[in-house]
Unconditional design. Structure first.
Lengths: 275, 275
């Protein structure tokens, strides 16, 4: 999917919401306990309830991987369901991959060719040749970790290097890579103050913002500091949406929370003149 | 597996060789082209031929992941085969994982509980809480990327931060984490000069050294600069071993290359007084 198609979706749904599919079997609604493929059933119901209010889905690969090949079968079913029924919705493999070049080629093949995701999250530590294989696919995107939402972000990402924090160096360097226009960036919602500075470095790039909700980030701060003229934001909520209820109304509850977030997002999109 | 059990293997086989299973279907021996599970068959034959000469196997997860759930089924078969027939051999999931805490918990579950690997390679960018979940398992190990073998290593890992390169900060910080004695580190063979300095920072830790062979690293330089009193090295070769021949003698050829490396390693182990 191109970024302009994504922007059309954002305008049409008045939303820049991404729903994170972190499907924890320990938190599965009681109704699904006996379902032979509860992971897929759960995702399907969450998707059907939230699709009117979001523009992206972000399966968290670890939660599928924990079940080995069975988990990957469920992931395949989720992606087939999404690509068949909601081809207009942007998909993000939250996988935090990257390795030496010939290995990143294989990871890119997994997410872009096999599962047909639109994008995948990427860890920057191994540098240019570990990321470029993900940038060689037209209409696909690598979403590079810049400044993450967790406590450990301060261990290395904030270290001063050549007078600026490491995450700024990551952003600056990455802009020089081949097909850099296919890059997006992860910036944690808990780091809203840094967004202003980040916007000066990458005014036009899309940012994936996790950490709203359970992790404590503020949607309003993120919108004020992060929105650009073409939106440029995908704000993710996972647990706050998919575990809004653990009873049989879990999908309805997820839909309601999503709708609430969408409505708050619409206000910001209007204020910014995007819709 | 504990590090002392690993050391016993090293002494008994007179080897610190790790065989990397980077199973590229495009480079599969012609004989296996029609095998319905050529990935597993290839790995099985390579393992049977090389097991006398190596102390560790390192499946490269990307090459399995590229085939979705079928690839993960093959990985399961490879791990079942290894754990059943060669329980004394150390296994490394070369996966370069790490994410926020609750997600790293799931990755640790995948590799340590589901597949029963002894260790997994980990990317450090997200810091302490992204790594510690991998350190909470007894007799299991997280192998943290320090200085990698690829060109892109210079993009961020060599950046000066507080007067020293980032990879040294990664090593220093990681030593403070909970159960840090379960950490090992990745140091590329192409960076042999840095090994001396790294040994002053972590004199007792095991280092996983990829990059000997196709990537151009020298086994001799690595041994001279990296061996400690209890060996402390696992030197990996992937393509140089598993693609030594692409004819029907591919397993025999892999065994011969492994034996050659083992014999050179034995000389270094003797010189160091370990055997």
């Amino acid at each position: 999917m191109t970024q302009s198609v994504l922007l059309e979706q954002i305008k049409s749904k008045k939303s820049f919401l991404c729903v994170g599919l972190d499907v924890d079997q320990d938190r599965m609604p009681l109704d699904l306990k006996d379902d032979p493929d509860s992971i897929f059933t759960f995702c399907k119901k969450i998707i059907e309830a939230t699709a009117p209010y979001c523009v992206a889905y972000k399966p968290n690969i670890a939660f599928f991987e924990a079940f080995g090949s069975d988990g990957w079968k469920s992931l395949q079913k989720v992606m087939d369901f999404l690509n068949k029924n909601y081809p207009e919705i942007f998909t993000i493999a939250d996988a935090k991959r990257a390795d030496i070049g010939n290995t990143s080629v294989q990871y890119a093949k997994a997410y872009f060719k096999h599962f047909e995701f639109d994008s995948v999250t990427i860890a920057p530590y191994m540098g240019k040749d570990s990321v470029e294989p993900f940038l060689s696919y037209e209409k696909k995107h690598a979403i590079l970790l810049a400044l993450t939402s967790n406590d450990g972000a301060s261990d290395f990402q904030l270290l001063k290097t050549e007078g600026k924090p490491l995450y700024e160096k990551v952003i600056e360097q990455s802009k020089k890579w081949k097909n850099a226009d296919r890059l997006m960036y992860v910036v944690g919602a808990t780091k809203a103050q840094a967004l202003q500075k980040i916007r000066t470095l990458i005014p036009n790039s899309f940012l994936l913002i996790p950490g709203v909700g359970v992790q404590g980030g503020s949607l309003e701060e993120v919108a004020i500091n992060g929105l650009n003229e073409t939106c440029g934001l995908l704000v993710n909520s996972s647990r706050g949406i998919i575990y809004a209820s653990n009873k049989s109304d879990f999908d309805q509850a997820a839909g309601e929370v999503s709708r609430g977030l969408q409505q708050r997002m619409a206000i910001h999109l209007r204020q910014k003149g995007i819709i």
